[in-house]
Design a protein around this ligand. Structure first.
Ligand code: HEC
Length: 103
């Protein structure tokens, strides 16, 4: 391998590593920051009156969020945070939290 192809190989490797890092970050839903204060970044809330979401079924989380948003389930704090979410954002959040490990 000459010097030029060595440089090429190394930079291709770096590009791949960067893409993997970006892909992992991209898995975090856009609206996650609004939830982590109460439910934790991985859905394991530390305060007992904030339910744990980690590992919960995605379909259940999705329904709960839509119910808060659409007024079928009433809770003042959750209604405030669910209100602005689109169906797509809800699906992403539900998918994300369902994939986290409960502890
Ligand atoms: C201010 C704190 C707070 C924030 C911020 C918050 N939540 Fe909640 N969340 C709660 C509380 C309290 C409950 C329980 C409400 C109840 O009794 O129905 C809850 C309940 C839930 C539930 C239902 C859980 C279950 O087991 O039924 C889901 C799903 C949920 N939150 C998702 C989210 C998501 C997603 C976000 C971000 C968009 C978020 N929450 C932001 C406090 C919060």
């Amino acid at each position: 391998m000459n010097k030029k192809s060595m440089v090429l190989a190394v930079s291709l490797g770096l590009m791949t590593a960067t893409n993997v890092a970006v892909a992992q970050m991209a898995q975090q839903p856009a609206k996650l920051n609004t939830c982590i204060g109460c439910h934790g970044v991985d859905g394991n809330s530390v305060v007992p009156n904030f339910p744990k979401l980690a590992g919960q079924h995605a379909a259940y989380l999705e329904k709960a969020l839509k119910d808060y948003r659409d007024g079928f389930r009433r809770d003042e704090s959750m209604a405030a945070f669910a209100r602005g979410l689109t169906d797509e954002e809800i699906r992403e959040l539900a998918e994300y939290y369902s994939q986290q490990t409960p502890r």
